[in-house]
Design a binder for this molecule. Sequence first.
Ligand code: ACO
Length: 706
Amino acid sequence: MENNPDVSYLFEPRSVAVVGASSHPGKIGYKVVQNILAMKYPGKVYPINPSGGEVLGIPACKSVTDADGDIDLATIVIPAKFVFDSIKECAKRNVKFVSIITSGFSEVGNLEEEKRIVSFAHDHGMRVLGPNIFGLYSAFSSMNATFGPREVVPGNVAIITQSGALGIAMMGKTLTENIGLSAIVSVGNKSDINEADLLEYLVPKDEVAVILMYIEGVKDGERLVRILRDATRKKPVIVIKSGRSKRGAVAAASHTGSLAGTDGIFSDVMRQCGVIRAESLDEALNWCKFLSKTPAPVGENGVIITNGGGMGVLATDACEKYNVSLSDDIEMLRSAFSTVVPEFGSIKNPIDITGGAPIEDYDKSLDAAMATPEVSSIICLGCETAVFDSDRLAVTLEKYFPGGKSKKPMVFSFFGGPKIDNCIAEYRNKVPIFFDVYEAVSCLGALYADYRNKALKPPVYDESVYDLIDHAAIEEIIKRVRQDKRQFLLSHEAAELMQAAGIQMPKTGVARNMREAVELAKKIGFPVVMKIVSKDIIHKTDAGGVALDIDDEKEVVDAYEAIIHSARAYNPNAIIEGIEVAEQLRKGTETIIGARIDGSFGPIVMIGLGGIYVEVMKDVTFRSFPLTSSEVMNMIAGIKSYPLLLGARGEAKKDIAKVADTIMRVGAVIYKHREISDLEINPLVVYPEGEGAKALDARILLTKSE
Ligand code: ACO
């Protein structure tokens, strides 16, 4: 890309052109100009319209080239068929960014035109936002170059959205929810600028406290992962993902592909990145609002204050769900709350001030919680009783949230009649008060997820794994397979590659005749297994091409004859290269280890419970590669069948370190040799701790050749 302009010109343009600016109030080209003017954008605005005239009182230029100065941002709102020509004009006027609102490109199959525009733009030092977007709002330059709501409250939440319609709706919702925006950017088809570019600008900005991304599909995920992993250590990044089924389009070339399912990889990789994943728009906006206004906690000692046992239990459940830690420090709790809780109440967390508590008792308990430094967050709950003066609840809320801010992280949930409902409706934009306990606790869950992310050290990747691999040997194998015009590796090639990667496989060799088979079997040691080797026979078992449990020389001879006979009957034209004789492995715990270049995320690794149940159980976890040593252990611990590796029912603990080592090695292979698209070991038979693991079978595929 030539003269790639700095993204700051997108958010802080000194001049904006609106190509397709119209004086017809019903048109999008009118609304965009109207919005820009309404926010009192301080830069120069150039309405562009072939008829000239004026738009909303500003003289229009007939072409971008007629503008009397350079243009940092051109917003394009003309029909798709005219867009390319207008981009050409933009190039003449040194435009840095084009924001193409127009629809009718790749989203309707018109990919070629979209590519043509991006390629031209890049060649002329321009970058493209969209197409198929509603534009962008940036508080950094008081610019609302969207056709969304005219009014936007500036603030510290930044939103990046792939959906135009939902994005516009979110803009509206931020008004009703009193969420201040530092930016909202519609990325649409992401023909050029994507989330990663925008995060690079937004994350370092002091004016941005929280970032929300609405994602349908990921482009250039490898870069996004790298940026997100860094971003989430600095700011909370909330993600909401829809269009999950689109990911099912990932070619199911291997188990690793098909097991990825629709959302598996996305979910696991986002978790790895420290992203806080919301299930619904409501949840996402609740979290944005809460995180943007709440001080950081100083520890993980939450307390629940309640007048009802039931509410307290519900909140405790919610804390478990959202990973909010509650204090068990009974001495601290007693010293903080014993004077404010009646005899028949409880100072064990939840702090139960009992159903007889008037609202004043809440104040006393909240004062106690505020005054106790060890209490790091507060969940305040209540059921409306006859002794609870609901009219007075507002006074409590105002007291602990002067000016809408609290000194400690606090959430409220009250349940009752119309007075409670009215109070919640009145205060919900100033105070995190909810009808639903789970909604309240989920906000604290998001806060703590961010708190933990910020405490993480930067990831340290163990680069030494790359030195453990014989890269030249792998390149040589790939070359041979390419020369043979194949995309898959034959089993002996896969075995060679495993050896180059330092992953143990059963001892094996290919016999060209019966005598060689006997010699090989003796050298390997009984029992052995024998398998047909032929490019023309992929499904060996169906062809009667596999024999197991061969215990002596006579059985080798019998099996040799039987395999050749069945294979010829199965496919008389098959060229048989020989018979593979291999060590028969002793039993162990079967896992599946995979690595692939994912269409969205690039190199990813997978572990699961392997063997014949793999498809049924779908008990797998994914991670983006490279991985840190703690991440690989987390990944292994993430499978449901992890207890099998720890040694269930009195069995010995398995060699988990070897499993981790194998994952790192397959990851390193796929990371360094991008011509390999899929690598899958199924099963990796894992033995007790210290005894290692062996790959029984490896399936390796290459990318389509150019
Ligand atoms: N340079 C400058 N102005 C031009 C040019 C040009 N090359 N060509 C045409 N114009 C003018 C037109 O004369 C017209 O001005 P006028 O009102 O004075 O006559 C103006 O540009 C607009 O052109 P129209 O032909 O009237 O187009 P219209 O406004 O109907 O539609 C639009 C253009 C909005 C870009 C449409 O093609 C489109 O893509 N709509 C969908 C937008 C959208 O939904 N975006 C997606 C995401 S947001 C979401 O989903 C909610």
